[in-house]
Design a protein around this ligand. Sequence first.
Ligand code: V0V
Ligand code: CO
Length: 144
Amino acid sequence: MPNDLLELDHVGIAVADLTAAVAFHTEVLGLRVELTETNDEQHVTEVMLTPAEGGTRIQLLEPTDPASAIAQFLQRSGPGLHHIAYRVADVVATAARLQAEGRRVLYPHPRHGTAGSLINFVHPRDTGGVLLELVQPRSLDRPG
Ligand code: V0V
Ligand code: CO
């Protein structure tokens, strides 16, 4: 059995109003804001939040461009659960493994994710209906 999906890194939620969504997650749910970042490649502003004892984080995603994946999702489905992201040690290797099994990996090469991570996605039609993200965190020997 493969064992390269190491942890559930985050759950991505598409939001139309980031300020309101952050207020709900901090003031009502009590999550702590870990970082706020604009990702020009993905055309999103995101806020990553952590529950009291850590573990899997929540990623709130607001589109910065009407043509972006998140904007299109909001138009079709409205705000809500968008993807789940697994942490991996080698995003190229895991993407290649899943692709070799016939699943659609969205990018030929990893792109830039949160906090200098490298990311790729597997199409939701090939995963039982859930958009799946692979995240290789930035490591100390790969700054950036
Ligand atoms: C679309 N579908 C979904 C879905 N988005 N199903 C579950 N979860 C989603 N998020 C379904 C949709 O209902 C259709 O179902 C089918 O997929 C349409 O497929 P398509 O025409 O090939 O694709 P689109 O145009 O709907 O786009 C979907 C994909 C797009 C996944 C291809 O959103 C994409 O390229 N996503 C990757 C980038 C991304 O999501 N970035 C934002 C997060 P039927 O009708 O076939 O049943 S950025 C992020 O997480 C970062 C930066 C980070 O963590 O570091
Ligand atoms: Co994500």
